[in-house]
Write a protein that binds this ligand. Structure first.
Ligand code: AMP
Length: 400
């Protein structure tokens, strides 16, 4: 069955058409600047170059129609009509406590997803707009929601409760949810598969080191802790997000700089992380590694602080699981950035990781970085969130 995988942001839409039997990507692409002047579609058929096209996309419904037209047009397409799309899998960021797994998106389910909007005001409304746009353009095609939070719903109370009055959890569900769940799920299972082991017998720490970044403790196949919290702001220092900090900093800065909560959140989400630490130089790890090698001190310290925080979380999660067998690195920097990986290597050596400097040079491939016989296997496992969404969609459709 062909499954259209969609990841809708407020002004963007990423798509992949995947044949769920062969698990091959038939085509993929991106609509950018939806609702803004200068909308752009980038489309790529398997084995071909990317094609870019300026096209008016005043809203998501128009963008979805354009994607379908592009997938079915003779010169750009890979299918002959809409009827060859068996289902749509939607990435949904926040499922709150309501969803511990993927679901068929019925009207009732969509109402429950809508009720989670409060918890992810930047992401969930955009995800829902994508679902509505598909309903309009593809009536009758089943839709499945795959949640970023679902994989972490196995966390125990001691890991997901914050040390604040319990009534706030009871009343408003203020707790740790965690994100990047499809990635942590895929990478932990794939790591076990590569090692020829059963995930149910391994303690795995997954480090998703992209622009957004999080670490999770996956014990015997279940997430038992993760670094992101109520929102994706907590935990690691990220590209532009601060990660953990003393909450009193908010009041202190609000008073010193006369800032509102909205302005403070903007600073913590968009102007902090390695971007902030490097004095506004860059949020991109490639730029930072290059600048650091050329003697840029702020870039060097930003990378050091980033790797140090990841190292601290690995230590914490080894404790949380009373041991660790595998450390799996993934996402942009984890898969590709040798500098970040070697900086991190210093903080996990004591576990018996034995990272081999030659293997550490490899980019974007599945590779075991540790020397043979190491106590803790450190490896790179490129993530594949779209494939998880396609697999989940096929599984849910098969059940219904
Ligand atoms: P993501 O959010 O997973 O796309 O990750 C984005 C981050 O990965 C950026 O900071 C990039 O600098 C980093 N990254 C992606 N590709 C490479 C590469 N080939 N070499 C070094 N860093 C990379």
């Amino acid at each position: 069955m062909n499954i259209l995988v969609l990841n809708c942001g407020s002004s963007s839409l990423k798509y992949q058409l995947i044949d769920s039997d062969s698990e091959k990507i038939l085509a993929k692409g991106l609509c950018e600047r939806i609702g803004i002047e200068g909308s752009l579609l980038t489309h790529q058929r398997a084995g071909e170059e990317k094609r870019k096209r300026q096209a008016d996309m005043p809203d998501h419904t128009t963008a979805v129609r354009l994607v379908i037209d592009t997938l079915t047009a003779p010169e750009t397409g890979v299918i002959s009509s809409l009827r060859e799309i068996g289902a749509v899998g939607h990435r949904v960021v926040h499922g709150g406590e309501a969803f511990a797994g993927s679901v068929l998106l019925t009207e009732e389910v969509l109402k429950t997803v809508e009720a989670c909007n409060d918890l992810a005001p930047l992401h969930n409304p955009a995800n829902l707009i994508g679902v509505r746009a598909c309903q309009e353009s593809m009536p009758g095609v089943p839709m499945v929601g795959v949640f970023d939070t679902a994989f972490h719903q196995t966390m125990p109370e001691k890991a997901y409760l914050y040390g604040i009055p319990y009534e706030y959890y009871q009343q408003y569900k203020v707790r740790r949810y965690g994100f990047h769940g499809t990635s942590h799920d895929y990478v932990s299972k794939r790591a076990a598969e590569i090692l020829g082991r059963d995930v149910s017998e391994l303690k795995i720490i997954v480090c998703h080191l992209g622009n957004g970044a999080s670490v999770s403790a996956v014990k015997y196949g279940e997430s038992v802790d993760t670094s992101m919290g109520l929102t994706p702001l907590e935990g690691l220092i990220m590209g532009t997000r601060s990660g953990d900090l003393d909450p009193s900093i908010l009041q202190f800065l609000a008073e010193k700089e006369q800032l509102s909560f909205g302005e403070l959140m903007e600073i913590l989400n968009k102007k902090s992380g390695v971007l902030g630490l490097s004095g506004g130089f860059s949020s991109d790890f490639r730029d930072l590694a290059e600048a650091s090698a050329q003697g840029n001190e702020r870039a060097r310290v930003a990378l050091e602080a980033y790797a140090y925080r990841v190292g601290k979380y690995i230590g914490a999660y080894a404790a949380a699981m009373n041991g660790v067998d595998v450390i799996a690195l993934t996402a942009g920097a984890g898969e590709n950035n040798a500098e970040v990986r070697s900086l991190l290597g210093q903080y996990i050596e004591y576990l018996g990781t034995n990272i081999n400097p030659e293997k550490n040079k490899i980019r974007g491939e599945e590779v075991i970085l540790s020397d043979e016989g190491s106590k803790v296997v450190t490896m790179v496992v490129p993530t594949n969130e779209e494939l998880v969404i396609a697999r989940e969609t096929a599984r849910i459709i098969g059940k219904n």
